[in-house]
Design a protein around this ligand. Structure first.
Ligand code: AMP
Length: 433
């Protein structure tokens, strides 16, 4: 299948060819036709599948086909959970609309709102936003969503995970009832389906990879290791393998910082990316990682979400996630665009239960190895880390009323930032991760 056969306009085809894409990815092949036909779409796709173009291209096509108004009300809203993802989606919107007469803007927390408000005031067709800043600007009367024709909810599962349910519901009320809705999510929990039911109108469902399964191109491996030896083992793996681009997942911001310090001492070019880092530091770390001046990026789950890092050969779970779906997200960062990837998990005794849960979710047993000199501690307890020890938790606030599904851990003091936030604080929540 070609992009031409999808019925996209010449201006879009020109931008696509400038990007160097020759064939639409599976999610693009499946999602673009129903979006162009005006349907609501519920798409199962994670980062790396080309999902952004999957909704951006048809959205731009629809907007450019319809007559423009002089003052340009916001006609399309793309809501994303994190600043990084918002910036990446916006970069895509800009590139794909290069040859169209459409204007766009991005808004997110953590930076001065004035330039954002000024851009919106001049008139834009497409707005990419994180929920907190969007609601802030709207409540100050600096933008209106009353003319939105197309609403995209990107990474809906992460939106709920970050406690944005109330904010999403609020945003929905600011838009006209009659509009086209597109929802993208990597996983489909009960909560996500419930949210989809509330937003989408008889949606066409499309899927890029089977739900909650890991991609075949990824080699997965577990090293059983004593907790105290994890740092030495990860340094050995990276150094011996001479790995140049490794994404490492850590549960906490503090743990990520500590690991980076030790890696730097060992001569590895590493940087951390998490919610306590300023926007500038995060952008710099990501740029360094992409350019090769940084070999190892140590990230927390939320900070890593949506990062556009093509062709990532290695992902290492320094700690495996207590939320099994996060494992699927994490390892989805490898094996992109047809390249092979390797996902390694360092598992200590207290993570045994989490490993079992992950294997249950992905429906396979992961091959286990033990590295000589880094054996697991035979006396260590296999009891899982207890509540209060920085395990990530499904936020209460993201659960629709009546949901009885279990929460999976302790308090939310780790990388979840302001999950237990109060309503008044919620505005700036996206600036804290
Ligand atoms: P996404 O899942 O939207 O984050 O996209 C993942 C990566 O795939 C990005 O680097 C895109 O630029 C790239 N990409 C998107 N569509 C295509 C395509 N049709 N052919 C090749 N690369 C693509």
């Amino acid at each position: 299948m070609s992009f031409q056969s999808l019925g996209l306009s010449e201006a879009l085809l020109k931008a696509i060819s400038k990007k160097g894409y020759t064939t639409p990815s599976p999610i693009q092949q499946k999602a673009i036709p129903p979006v162009l036909a005006g349907h609501d779409v519920l798409a199962s796709a994670q980062t790396g599948t080309g999902k952004t173009a999957g909704f951006t291209l048809p959205l731009l096509h629809i907007l450019s086909e319809n007559p423009k108004e002089k003052y340009r009300p916001i006609r399309a809203l793309i809501l994303t959970p994190t600043r990084e993802l918002a910036a990446q989606v916006y970069a895509n919107v800009k590139e794909y609309s290069e040859f169209l007469n459409l204007r766009s803007a991005v808004i997110f927390g953590g930076v001065n709102q004035k330039p954002q408000a000024a851009t919106i005031r001049q008139g834009i067709d497409v707005l990419v936003a994180t929920p907190g800043r969007l609601i802030d600007l709207e409540s100050q009367g600096l933008l209106s969503l009353k003319r939105v024709e197309i609403f995209v909810l990107d990474e809906a599962d992460r939106m709920l995970d970050m406690g944005f349910l109330r904010d999403i519901e609020r945003v929905m009320k600011l838009m006209p009832d009659k509009r086209q809705n597109l929802m993208f999510s990597a996983t489909f929990s009960k909560d996500i389906r419930k949210l989809a039911n509330g937003i989408l109108n008889r949606p066409v469902q499309v899927e890029a990879t089977p739900e909650n399964t890991t991609v075949d191109a990824i080699t997965q491996k577990v090293y059983r290791v004593a907790k105290a030896k994890k740092t030495d083992l990860i340094i050995k793996l990276i150094t011996d393998g001479n790995w140049k681009q490794v994404l490492v997942f850590n549960r906490t911001k503090h743990g990520a910082n500590k690991l980076v310090e030790k890696m730097i001492k060992a001569g590895i070019k590493a940087a951390a990316i998490h919610g306590n880092k300023s926007q500038g530091a995060r952008t710099k770390a990501l740029a360094g990682f992409k350019s090769g001046s940084i070999s190892v990026l140590v990230a927390t789950d939320i900070a890593a979400r949506g990062l556009d890092i093509p062709l990532l050969p290695h992902v290492i779970n320094f700690e495996i996630p207590n939320i099994s779906e996060d494992y699927v997200h994490r390892i989805g960062r490898t094996g992109r665009a047809g390249a092979n990837g390797e996902a390694i998990s360092l598992v200590s005794a207290d993570e045994t239960t989490f490993l079992r849960d992950i294997q249950k979710l992905i429906g396979m047993k992961l091959p286990v190895e033990i590295m000589e000199g880094f054996e697991p501690d035979p006396n260590a307890s296999t009891a899982p880390i207890k509540p209060g020890q920085n395990r990530r938790q499904q936020p209460k606030s993201s659960k629709p009323k009546g949901d009885k599904s279990k929460s999976r851990g302790g308090n939310a003091s780790s990388n979840s930032g302001g999950r237990n936030r109060t309503k008044s604080k919620s505005r700036n929540s996206d600036s804290r991760r």
